[in-house]
Design a protein around this ligand. Structure first.
Ligand SMILES: Cc1cc2nc3c(=O)[nH]c(=O)nc-3n(C[C@H](O)[C@H](O)[C@H](O)COP(=O)(O)OP(=O)(O)OC[C@H]3O[C@@H](n4cnc5c(N)ncnc54)[C@H](O)[C@@H]3O)c2cc1C
Length: 301
């Protein structure tokens, strides 16, 4: 099959070739539609060596899961892959024109946005370097492996209260409030009822594997540290297209209906970009729905 270019129209362009995008593209490929996947290769969980909680793949390398999925997808001759960053998508009479940072472009009748989110971590020395290895955000993904040990929760704002209340199911919890959260009497009572220890001293760095260094010189060794990142869209394309967003506790996310249709006709969205809090299994499920819905729109839309 010849490459899809601005002149020859693809049925669907999927922007983002990770869990959600691969899953969407698979449905379209199996519907014998001509689909192109554009991917910049910056999966959200690329910092972790193992992925947990995805049925049938529990504990596998996240990169291997994606590599297998991509190989299976690319076995379909009606699928084309572009290692590229999409910079713009504009509506045209036939659908959408997608431009790339690399200077090329293509056209497609429907668009699936599976571009994910970027995690904004607190600017504390040592946090970013340990992200996905000893510093995490998702207890379901990485809590079990901490063997019920001493767990820290680093406050970044009001959302951290919920984090601190959850984590006692995975170990003994110290909540480092770090001047980032104001706790009411009822918050303190709830934390106390869950057995959470409060640590008000300022956090200056994370050292060794997951040792919290405090401003007063004390050091608290932990099995792991949890922090709730502030997320932002990994790509500005949805906003530029005029898609509506909702505000989640971690950051904005794309508004979609039950069929993963955004507020812009012909544009579908799936995965972390289109839910308040995501994981691999949910991204794959959303992607399957987005792919089937894009196919439905191609048939009847
Ligand atoms: C450290 C860490 C560990 C995690 N561990 C787990 C775990 O164990 N289990 C679990 O279920 N979940 C885990 N997660 C969550 C999981 O990573 C996400 O839920 C999942 O990656 C969402 O899939 P997605 O396809 O929506 O987005 P992503 O996997 O983030 O993929 C988005 C893709 O779109 C591409 N892209 C973005 N913009 C463009 C553009 N303009 N042009 C082209 N391509 C673009 C990106 O480069 C990327 O390849 C973890 C997250 C983190 C941060």
């Amino acid at each position: 099959m010849p490459p899809i270019d601005p002149v020859s129209l693809a049925d669907a362009a999927v922007i983002g070739g990770s869990y959600a995008g691969l899953s969407a593209a698979l449905q379209l490929a199996r519907a014998r539609r001509r689909v192109v996947v554009i991917d910049a290769g910056q999966r959200r969980n690329r910092f972790a060596s193992a992925s947990h909680g995805f049925l049938g793949q529990d504990g596998r390398s996240p990169g291997e899961i994606v590599a297998d999925a991509r190989a299976q997808l690319l076995a379909y001759p009606n699928v084309e892959w572009r290692d590229a960053t999409a910079t713009q998508a504009t509506a045209t009479a036939e659908g959408f024109r997608v431009s790339f940072a690399q200077g090329t472009a293509l056209s497609a009748r429907k668009l699936v946005l599976a571009t994910g989110v970027i995690d904004g971590l607190p600017p504390i020395e040592g946090v970013a370097a340990r992200w996905g290895q000893h510093v995490f955000h998702c207890p379901y993904c990485h809590g079990y492996e901490l063997d019920g040990g001493h767990i820290g929760v680093l406050a970044v704002g009001p959302v951290s209260l919920h984090h601190a209340l959850m984590l006692p199911d995975w170990g003994t919890v110290t909540f480092f409030t770090n001047e980032a959260i104001t706790l009411s009497e009822s918050d303190r009572a709830a934390l106390d009822a869950r057995g959470v220890t409060l640590e008000p001293a300022r956090v200056v760095a994370i050292e060794d594997e997951a040792t919290v260094a405090l401003a007063d010189g004390r050091r608290v060794p932990l099995a792991g540290l949890f922090v709730a990142p502030r997320t932002q869209m990994a790509s500005p394309i949805a906003e530029a297209l005029g898609c509506a967003f909702d505000d989640g506790p971690m950051g904005p996310y794309l508004r979609v209906d039950a069929m993963q249709q955004t507020s812009v006709p012909g544009v579908f969205a799936c995965g972390d970009a289109a839910r308040a809090a995501g994981n691999v299994a949910l991204a794959v499920g959303d992607g399957a729905m987005a792919g089937a819905a894009a196919h439905r729109a191609l048939m009847f839309g």
